[in-house]
Design a protein around this ligand. Structure first.
Ligand code: DC
Length: 239
C-alpha cells in the first residue's frame, strides 16, 4: 500500500495517539495556513458507529471485513471547517453528522474496524483526494507512513497514557460530565495496544517525522516546535 504519490499542494501530517493534542494542533495549522483539514480518525469513528448501529460488530457469524467494506463504499464523507466553532464539520452523504462520535465508546468501535485492510483500502481515495484541492493538514495514525508518504512535513505527536487520561478527565469534568479516570486510562491503553500492533498501517512515526512528546508541553509550546520544524521545510507560519 505504500506506493509513492506526489501531491500538487503541501501536505502536513500529524500522527499519534488520541489525546496527545493532534486535533488542537491540526486546527491551528489549518487556520493559520488556510489549508483544509483531514480528520481521518473521524472516518473510522463514523464507520465504527454505523457498524455498531447495524449490529455488525456483535454478530460473530458475519464476514465482518466484507460487510464493513460494503458499508464504507456506501458512504460519501466530506469535511468542512466551521470558523465560528473552530471545529471541522463532517458531512455524511451530504448531511451534517448529528451523532456524538467523540467519546471513548465510539473510539473503541473505530479502533476495531480500523484493523481491517479492506476498510483501510476503501478509505484511501477519500483521504488522498483531499490533497488534490489545496494545502492539507492530515490528522491520524498512518498519514505520514501510508497515506501521504511523500508529504514534506510529518509530525508524530505523542504523550504518556497517564497524561492523556488526565487531559480527557479534565475535559469531561469541565463539560460537566462524569469521568472515571481508571476506566478512561484502561480504554486508552487498550486502544493504543490495538492501534500499534495491527498488521496493516500500525500507528508509528514515519522515518522522517519530528517526534514530539507533549506530556509536559502545552498547546502553545507544541505549536512553536512545529512552527520551527515547518520553517525548516520551507513552510512559514506566524508565531
Ligand atoms: O484519532 P482518533 O482517536 O479519532 O481515531 C479513532 C480510531 O481510528 C483510532 O483508535 C484508530 C483509528 N484510526 C486509524 O486506524 N487510522 C487513522 N488514520 C486514524 C484513526
Amino acid at each position: 500500500m505504500t506506493t509513492t504519490h506526489q501531491y500538487p499542494h503541501p501536505v502536513i501530517c500529524i500522527d499519534g495517539p488520541s489525546g496527545a493534542g493532534k486535533g488542537t494542533l491540526a486546527y491551528r495549522l489549518a487556520d493559520e495556513l488556510g489549508f483544509s483539514l483531514l480528520d481521518s480518525g473521524a472516518l473510522y469513528r463514523i464507520i465504527g458507529l454505523l457498524a455498531h448501529k447495524a449490529n455488525l460488530l456483535s454478530d460473530a457469524t458475519l464476514d465482518l471485513e466484507n460487510q464493513l467494506e460494503k458499508l464504507t463504499h456506501s458512504l460519501n464523507l466530506a469535511f468542512v471547517i466551521n470558523h465560528e466553532t473552530k471545529m471541522v464539520e463532517i458531512l455524511v452523504n451530504g448531511e451534517p453528522l448529528v451523532d456524538d462520535i467523540r467519546n471513548e465508546t465510539v473510539g473503541g468501535y473505530a479502533s476495531k474496524v480500523a484493523v481491517f485492510p479492506k476498510v483501510r483500502t476503501a478509505l484511501l481515495d477519500v483521504q488522498r483526494d483531499m490533497a488534490k484541492r489545496g494545502g492539507l493538514i492530515a490528522d491520524g495514525r498512518d498519514m505520514g507512513t501510508v497515506i501521504f508518504p511523500d508529504a514534506p512535513v510529518k509530525v508524530f505527536l505523542t504523550a504518556s497514557a497517564k497524561a492523556r487520561a488526565d487531559r480527557r478527565v479534565s475535559q469531561l469534568t469541565k463539560a460537566g460530565k462524569a469521568a472515571d479516570y481508571e476506566a478512561i486510562l484502561a480504554e486508552i491503553v487498550a486502544r493504543d495496544e490495538r492501534d500499534q500492533n495491527r498488521s496493516v498501517a500500525p500507528s508509528k512515526p514515519a522515518d522522517d517525522a519530528l517526534v514530539l512528546d507533549s506530556s509536559e508541553l502545552n498547546a502553545e509550546q507544541v505549536y512553536e516546535k512545529v512552527r520551527v520544524f515547518c520553517q525548516s521545510k520551507g513552510i512559514n507560519l506566524p508565531n
